[in-house]
Design a protein around this ligand. Structure first.
Ligand code: FAD
Ligand code: NAG
Ligand code: NAG
Ligand code: NAG
Ligand code: NAG
Ligand code: NAG
Ligand code: NAG
Length: 490
């Protein structure tokens, strides 16, 4: 017969099982990937739990940040991957502010001042005014005139587009509600459904916008230009990725001065995490009570919890036992940086000054690039440009587009999912135990902020499922002196 005391102890032991059986003391959370996803998991684990545990972060590259990275074009530093944040990207705002980083608004203060042209391969189907002036009132008039030009071409469809974007952004704001108001989500489907965003991932952007009564011309031109710039894809991406993409082309956009990657660096630094640079994880094996991670350096690590914070689609991490996730393809975006000068002849124009600062394109398989934009004007005949394309830009092609080309830097990104509505999602929990996947969220929409939001949910899942702290409420949060109430004037 068991005494009441041993019964009590037994139930206590069962309750504590995961913590008792662990081979590490204190427990170890291993995170694969040092992008905004991995660094956010580390951040929220520390913020929500004061318990003793170690965090190990593995990064195959020599720098942190992943798809937040800068490129050095003959001495000037530009964003090479994720470049802009939305004014309602509240985690990124908090990170930037609490880490003491500086906010930067890309190009000039007025978002309309970048002249836009829509290139169809033969001519500019649409062009806004391009007037360079140092007088602010001229800027205002030009931007007003450009709004008028836009309105004349696309009409009230522009307003309907704005409503569609605002409705979606508002739903997303639910993810910033108080901890008490938000359940934990084990699946992406559940997380999206809770915010009323799931349906958008089951249909294409095109279908959503036709339902919202946008004119075919607006969808074919401006919307297409935007999805091609942001996701390298057509309006057949899913509706949520599409809305996110359109939101990312509005006003108030910002970036971190000196590079967005500094958010990841700061979060990792502040999270008391051991960072293993130049160390690629090759295998993850579940060995009964713990996971064993083997790396390219020949090291083996024992982990109680493993977080995969990188897309698995092109990684060849070997899982034992095997895991099964829905097939997903990555869209490759080639970012080509050129210091030199565009050739007006390529665009059928007489002077470089007639070429819009942002050249967007419509959907046509013969078009060799998605967009070309001016990053910096060094002088009348000396600029730095960024080109996005689906394929590598060959030298002969560049030589026809540019009349001068001093420096060329090419980056081939496994950029974001190739969207395919209806989207099918992997689970946040890959094995029913303590193997988590941040980037399961990415085929809903891929941005810095969505990675952070998915990471926050995963940190809470770990605290609840592994550390047995339930329910997680604000009262359980460790204090974080660095963060203050936001007041921003962007
Ligand atoms: C060209 C481009 C433009 C973009 N523009 C924007 C934008 O303007 N705004 C925006 O919000 N988003 C933008 N995005 C999307 C954004 O970059 C991503 O959604 C986001 O950065 C993803 O962060 P992550 O941490 O989830 O993944 P990643 O940043 O990819 O981080 C994963 C990390 O894991 C590492 N890793 C992978 N495998 C292993 C392994 N086996 N072992 C160890 N380490 C490994 C990788 O090296 C990488 O550092 C853009 C993306 C691209 C490519
Ligand atoms: C950028 O590259 C130049 C060489 O082209 C080098 O002199 C400079 O130090 C680099 N800047 C940074 C910040 O790495
Ligand atoms: C999503 O679609 C389903 C089925 O068509 C519908 O019942 C539900 O109301 C929709 N949800 C939202 C938030 O629009
Ligand atoms: C890490 O943070 C400390 C302050 O907490 C700071 O002094 C140090 O420079 C930071 N290190 C890096 C690499 O950012
Ligand atoms: C990982 O490394 C350990 C120690 O070298 C080895 O015993 C084990 O077989 C390796 N696991 C895999 C999946 O390669
Ligand atoms: C966490 O919060 C819950 C609910 O408020 C409470 O019951 C529990 O005691 C708290 N745990 C700690 C460690 O503060
Ligand atoms: C930003 O930080 C402040 C202070 O810590 C906090 O009150 C607020 O909830 C945070 N916002 C988000 C979206 O996390």
């Amino acid at each position: 017969m068991l005494s009441p005391l041993s019964l009590f102890l037994l139930s206590f032991l069962i309750l504590l099982h995961p913590t008792l059986a662990r081979p590490n003391d204190p427990p170890t959370v291993c995170i694969i990937g040092s992008g905004i996803g991995g660094s956010s998991v580390a951040h929220f684990l520390r913020r929500y739990s004061s318990g003793p545990f170690s965090i190990q972060i593995f990064e195959r590259n020599g720098v942190v940040g992943g798809r937040m990275a800068t490129v050095n074009v003959s001495g000037d530093i530009f964003e090479a991957g994720a470049s802009v944040l939305h004014p309602k990207n509240f985690y990124a705002l908090n990170y930037t502010q609490s880490l003491g980083l500086k906010f930067k608004t890309p190009s000039s203060s007025s978002s309309n001042s970048l002249s836009l042209g829509i290139w169809d391969g033969k001519k500019f189907a649409f062009k806004t005014l391009l007037v360079r002036s140092d007088l602010p009132f001229v800027d205002k008039i030009v931007s007003l005139a450009n709004s008028l030009l836009m309105f004349l071409r696309y009409g009230f469809s522009l307003l309907r587009m704005e409503t569609f974007v605002e409705t979606t952004v508002d739903r997303f704001l639910k993810y910033y509600g108080s901890l008490e108001s938000r359940p934990l989500f084990e699946t992406v489907d559940g997380m999206l459904q809770w915010a009323g965003l799931y349906n958008l991932t089951t249909r294409t952007l095109q279908e959503e916008l036709v339902d919202a009564r946008l004119s075919p011309l607006l969808i074919q031109e401006l919307v297409t230009v935007i999805t091609r710039i942001n996701y390298g894809q057509s309006v057949f991406i899913n509706g949520l990725a599409g809305a996110v993409s359109l939101a990312g082309s509005g006003g108030g956009l910002w970036a971190v001065e000196g590079g967005n990657w500094q958010m990841a660096a700061g979060l990792i630094n502040r999270s008391d995490a051991a960072l293993h640079l130049h160390e690629k994880i090759e295998s993850i094996s579940y060995l009964g009570d713990y996971y064993e991670l083997n790396s390219t350096l020949g090291n083996s690590y024992t982990c109680d919890v493993v977080v995969v914070a990188t897309p698995l689609d092109e990684s060849n991490i070997q899982f034992t036992p095997q895991i099964s996730i829905p097939k997903r393809k990555l869209q490759h975006t080639h970012a080509t940086f050129v210091r030199g000068l565009l050739n007006p002849g390529y665009f059928g124009l007489d002077a470089v000054s007639e070429i819009p600062e942002l050249v967007g394109t419509i959907e046509d398989p013969d078009l060799p690039f998605s967009s070309i934009s001016v990053l910096k004007q060094h002088g009348e005949k000396d600029m730095t440009y960024k080109i996005f394309s689906r394929k590598r830009m060959a030298n002969v092609l560049l030589d026809s587009i540019f009349s001068v080309r001093q420096v060329t830097i090419r980056i081939n990104w496994g950029a974001y999912p190739h969207y395919n509505a209806p989207e099918v999602f992997a689970s946040f929990i890959l094995d029913g135990r303590h193997l988590y996947y941040v980037n399961a969220f990415e085929n809903a929409a891929s941005t810095m902020e969505t990675s952070a939001v998915a990471a926050e949910n995963i940190a809470r899942l770990i605290i609840s499922r592994f550390f047995n702290q339930l329910p997680l409420t604000s009262a359980n949060m460790s204090s974080d002196s660095g963060e203050q109430i936001l007041h921003l004037d962007l």
